[in-house]
Structures are given as C-alpha cells and as structure tokens.
Design a binder for this molecule. Sequence first.
Ligand code: ADP
Ligand code: MG
Length: 484
Amino acid sequence: MSIVKGRTGDWEMVIGLEVHAQVISNSKLFSGADTTFGAEPNSQVSLVDAAFPGMLPVINGKCVEQAVRTGLGLKAQINMVSVFDRKNYFYADLPAGYQISQFTQPIVGKGEILLDLADGSGCTVGITRLHLEQDAGKSMHDQSPTETYVDLNRAGVALMEIVSEPDMRSGEEAGAYLKKLRAILRYLGTCDGNMEEGSMRCDVNLSMRRVGDTKLGTRCEIKNVNSIRFVQQAIDYESVRQVEILEDGGVIKQETRLWDTTKGETRSMRSKEEAHDYRYFPDPDLLPLKLEAAFVEAIKKTLPELPDDKKARFIKDYGLTPYDASVLVAERASADFFEKVAKGRDGKLAANWVTGEFFGALNKQGKTIETSPVSADALGGLVDLIADQTLSNRLAKEVFEAMLESGKPAAQIVEEKGLRQVTDTGAIEKAIDAILAANADKVAEYRGGKDKLFAFFIGQVMKSTGGKANPAMLNELLKKKLNG
Ligand code: ADP
Ligand code: MG
C-alpha cells in the first residue's frame, strides 16, 4: 500500500484496471477481414466492418477459443453461455452506431492474478470478468489541417476487455498487475501485449479514502494510458489531485479523464456515462454463444506452463531466489534460454550469468535473445569452464566480452588467449614469494598491523600472473605466507 500524506492525515489509493487486449487472430471478431498491424488505411475492411445495410455478423471461432484460453490462464470461471449486446453510441469511427460487446453475460467470469512485488512479496488481485467486444476504427486528426480522416482497419477487430476488482493499493501494484497480465497473455499466445502499438490498452480507475476507511470513494477513470510507466505516473498525479480536492472539502466528480504525457497531468474529458446511456440490448443478429464442455477441455489440454508455475519450478529445481525466478519467467524466451543454459549445470550459477552479464550485454547492445550474439549453448560452455575451475569469475567476464565480439565458443577463446586460470599451488606460491621479496618493507608494515596491505599484495600477484591466479587459492596461500 502506498500512502498519500495529506494536510489532514493519511490517504489510501484504491485502483481497479480495465485492460483492452487485442486478440491474436488472423481475422476480425465478426468478419473475415485481415488484422495485420500497420496496413494501408482502409485496406482491411469488409462490408460488415463498414456496417453496410443488411450485412450480418458471423462469430469467429478462433476469437472465442482465445478468450476461453485466456480465461483458463487467469484461473477464471468459463461461462458456458454468454450473450453479445449492442452498446450504442455515436462516433465517426463507429459506422454501425453501436459496438458489439458483452454486458450482463460475459464469456469469462471471476478469476485472479498473482502479483510479484519488488520486495519479493506477492499479492492476488481479483479478476471481475473478461468479455469479448469489437474495436472501433481510428480517427486521424493529424493528416490534414482542416479535416479528420477515419481508418476502419481496426474496426471490428476482436478485443478482450479484462476488468480487475478494485484490489490494488499503489502504482507499483498496478504496474506489477499489468506486467503479470501481459506475461500470461504472451505465454498463452492470445495477445502480443504490445502497448506502443495499442494491442494492449489500459484504463485506470482510481479513488482515494482515508487509511482505515472501508467504504470506497468516488473514482475517476483515466482512459487509454499506453505504457506501464505512464500508468504509474498518472496514478501518482491523480491521487494527489483527488486528495487536494477532498481535503479542501470538495467532492470528486465521477468522470473520464485523459493522461497528458507531455504535461504530466490528467485532464477532464467528459463526465462519466452510465450503462443506461448506452442502451445495451442483446444483438438480435447473434444467438447466445453456447460452449461445449469438450471444446473447453480440449483448450485446457493445450495450455502451456504459465509464469507462476514456471517460477515455482525454477525455485524448486534450480535453487533460484524468488527474485531471479521472477525476472527469468517474465518472458517465455528468457525462461527457455535460462533452462537451456542451466540444464545439467549449477542452476544458480547459470541464473547469475543469464540475469547479470548476459541481460546486461543485451541491454547495452539493444539486442534481444533472438538476436543475441551468444547462444544458450555457448553461455553454457562458459558456465562449464567456471564450474571446473578453468576460469575465475573475473577471467570468465573477460572471456564473455570476447564471446560477444567474436561469437566464438568460450573454450576456444581460453585457448587462443591463454586465459586458463592458474590453480597449481606451486606456481601461485612462486608468484607470491616473488612479490613478497620485492616488497619486504610493506611485508614488515603488514605484520606490524597494517591489515589493509593485504589487498595490495593480492593486486600485485594478480598483476604478475596476468589476472590468472585462482582468487580463492591465492587468498588462502597469501594469508598463510604472511601470517605463518
Ligand atoms: P465501468 O464499466 O463503468 O467502467 P465497472 O463497475 O465495470 O464500471 O468498473 C470499472 C473498474 O473500476 C473496475 O476495474 C473496478 O475495479 C474499478 N472500480 C470500481 N469502483 C472503484 C472505486 N471506488 N475506486 C477505484 N476503482 C474502482
Ligand atoms: Mg470503464
């Protein structure tokens, strides 16, 4: 919970999120038109999408399957009967004058999502429902100084609206919710979760109440915030705005606001419309959607291992910390990569290398696992050389740098550059003796109580061995020589 400190006391945030997730499907919810992103405007519009008179919608089975799949992934109730309603409103990018959505009987009911928080703790957020609906077209205001154009490519594309309970208490929790939801959708292959391209959009509902109050305050809804960072910024801004109004004795007007990314503030868009404003009624062109148990069972059988289960398994099988496990399962590609590196090796060592040096290098080079210059097998080879003492951690970093540049296997680099660490006691002792002999004055100072010089001797021996002395052995042998 994150507290907002007001003049008159402490306030608590109450947050519920509505996420519109675009269904991965080749064609639209009720027409055969293509859904590929970025196509020429109005090149993917069927007569149904353009709402020509007399055209009838036909439900796309793939979209239904994807909604059920998502419901199962959210451990939610699958409703065997659901109903499509018309939600009526007038707008230029909505040719039919209504959106086909689900109102009283959605395809998916209550479920839950487990959040992973930064301090390693977790909490669950309830899912209220998931329903299928059509997207609208897009009004383009920036194409002409005097006119607005409409692109209907998006009109009729299937969306899943996923509504949470008002269970979140901070911007961090809202961020964690979106990350986990996005991960689940991606694992399931039901939505690509790309917020920049608008295939996942988020409405933030937020109200404030005094800490200890149990009654919910009046909320505002901030529409279409298109990144997790903006969601958190909008929450920070809006919570303070509401507290200021409430502490001045005002009331919060229930309204729809927008997040202005350049000004960093929320702004009123319109007062909140009520359900009855939309004149919902069952679409007479569509029968109730009835699912068969066998259909749902068949989908259940194809569910992949999801992030929470994978995380638990990584902790159990590889001895990872919950934090490392969370980082690794966030994307399926990184989880798979890690497992390839870790198979038959020390899991913790593999996790350290994948989340540390490897992710660091990808970040720096602007690369992804798919375009990485170092494969999982190659990184595994490096981990082997650390495990069998050929390389110290320090030398391994040097070898890894060379792997990034040349793409060569670790073992080859070790041979070519002669980077094998020295683990021969005699050789290390010889190097120590030489350094101690050359620094007799410092040895005397050390023995006289100047403990700090230990690091100096280590540094000198490392230098004289080209960084190749095994650090643990060097440490032990040097101690013996100096103190013995
Ligand atoms: P609508 O369809 O009008 O947007 P819903 O009742 O479906 O309204 O709620 C939308 C979202 O608002 C849900 O995510 C819900 O959790 C959240 N919500 C409802 N009441 C509050 C409140 N008082 N404070 C914060 N969030 C709320
Ligand atoms: Mg809403």
